[in-house]
Design a protein around this ligand. Structure first.
Ligand SMILES: *Cc1c(COP(=O)(O)O)cnc(C)c1O
Length: 473
């Protein structure tokens, strides 16, 4: 017998009924003889340690988080409670008969998401947006293989999200990039130039990463379909269009959604997500397995999908994310549309307020986000977008997405989301104006920001080249 935890300074943070385990089956030569030397801490010490660490972090509960393309909105806490209900904590291998409730939830969630996207069939399995993209592109690949066409190319506009080319490449395609026109839209002439019978699909984000709605989307869909090609819709930021239009109406064949952006799962720390992929009828037989079916009485996991690309994740995906999304959709009901309205209204409000102080490269009505540039500040005051982003941290604000999309120099991509009040937006505008003024009057303050965060300005080159990953208490 061996004592697992020895008390050596009288402090104890654990309470085990039996502090010994039988180690007789372990050969003596593998047994530790010296003390483990673990820190001896009380429960309260440990709590304080982790609380102090969490206080150093920034989160939506602390302040405004306008991280473009990431939809860092408020996720109702009641959904966390629901996802943690004991009855949802079931083993993924449990038989269909014993999991009817969970299967019904997935079936009904699928139904709701099909209505929202306009599509005909879907998989809940992929665990992130990029994972959904790869799944969608694998479906497209298998489709062309099955109908005997060897199409190798995928067209991607230069305004697309960075994950798009990576996902298409992972699925085995070659990427053809096309330039946007001067209004930040897909250039139809550029598209026609690269279109041939070798093109499997176009991957588009609509609104694109400039936050602009692609006005020519129906024409693009017609051109692509006439060429026998398919259209992939990156629907990660669905709060831009939800309830107003959908990818099916625009002529898309495959779409992925980020349930962890639009549908209420907190994200950003690398936690579980769900990159649901929905398809039109002719791609139904290519979905990953299992798909959830209902015969009128019983729900079931079905593995019998004719041309399935196979499973892309274990079991049915990240179930707890699906519970949150289902709860969110039920709670919102018809108000899903108001989420879209507010997301778009908030973005346009900020854009109009800020364009007097920062250059706005595409002065058009935007959707859920928009892109300004710090070029003026850079050339006139020697203060870069990175410095402005750091200065925002002193204003209890998470920096926006910066230097993306790549087609805008010194880009600052702002997505306020639907959950902020006008007061909060005005506060942000004040902070941005103050920074723009300080760029002129006191650039050193901006250049040396942040001043109020637990970690001050870091040496990014050293941090990247010689990362120090050890914790120092
Ligand atoms: C966030 C995002 C993705 C990627 O989603 P992940 O869950 O981070 O993999 C893809 N496209 C767009 C437009 C996004 O905003």
């Amino acid at each position: 017998m061996q004592t697992i935890f020895e008390k050596n300074n009288g402090t104890n943070g654990i309470n085990l009924t039996d502090n010994t385990i039988n180690t007789d089956f372990i050969s003596d030569k593998f047994k530790r003889t010296d003390k483990i030397g673990l820190p001896q801490l009380s429960e309260l010490d440990v709590m304080r340690h982790y609380k102090a660490l969490s206080d150093m972090n920034f989160c939506i509960e602390k302040g405004f988080y306008p991280l473009g393309s990431c939809t860092m909105k408020y996720n109702p806490k009641v959904n966390e409670y629901l996802a943690n209900l004991e009855d949802f904590n079931i083993h993924p291998e449990v038989a269909n008969e014993m999991a009817q409730g969970a299967l019904k939830l997935m079936y009904d969630l699928s139904d709701a998401l099909l209505k929202i996207t306009g599509m005909d069939a879907l998989t809940l399995q992929p665990s992130a947006g990029a994972h959904g993209e790869m799944t969608g592109m694998m479906i497209i690949k298998k489709y062309f293989d099955t109908i005997g066409e060897q199409r190798k190319k995928v067209i991607i506009p230069d305004s697309a999200h960075g994950t798009n080319p990576a996902s298409a490449k992972m699925a085995g395609f070659d990427i053809v990039e096309i330039k946007s026109n001067e209004r930040g839209q897909v250039d139809i002439e550029e598209l026609k130039k690269v279109l041939d019978k070798d093109v499997a699909a176009i991957m588009m984000t609509n609104p694109n990463t400039l936050g602009l709605f692609e006005e020519k989307v129906e024409e693009i869909s017609k051109i692509m379909h006439e060429n026998g090609s398919l259209l992939y819709y990156d629907g990660a930021n669905f709060n831009a269009i939800m309830g107003y239009t959908n990818p099916k109406l625009m002529g898309f064949d495959v779409v992925h959604l980020n349930l962890h952006k639009t549908f209420s799962t907190p994200h950003g720390g690398g936690g579980p997500g769900a990159g649901v992929v929905a398809v039109v009828d002719k791609l139904r037989d290519y979905l990953p397995t299992p798909v959830i079916t209902f015969d009128g009485t019983k729900y079931k996991r079905c593995y019998d999908v004719k041309h399935s690309i196979g499973s892309v994740k274990d079991f049915c995906g990240n179930f707890s994310v699906l519970v949150r999304a289902y709860a969110y959709i039920l709670m919102m009901g018809k108000n899903l549309k108001h989420a879209t309205e507010n997301a778009v209204l908030n973005a346009n409000y900020l854009k109009e307020k800020l364009k007097k102080y920062y250059d706005l490269p595409y002065d058009e009505p935007c959707m859920h986000e928009f892109v300004i540039t710090g070029e003026k500040q850079k050339h006139e005051n020697g203060v870069s977008t990175l410095n402005i982003a750091k200065a925002l941290m002193d204003g209890n604000t998470h920096p926006p997405t910066v230097y993306f999309p790549l087609i805008v120099h010194e880009a600052i991509m702002i997505e306020p989301t639907e959950s902020e009040t006008k007061e909060k937006l005005d506060e942000f505008v004040e902070t941005m104006i103050k920074i723009a003024e300080e760029c002129k009057t006191n650039p050193d303050k901006i250049l040396s920001a942040p001043h109020t965060t637990p970690v001050k300005k870091i040496d990014e080159v050293t941090a990247a080249r010689h990362p120090d990953l050890n914790f120092k208490g």
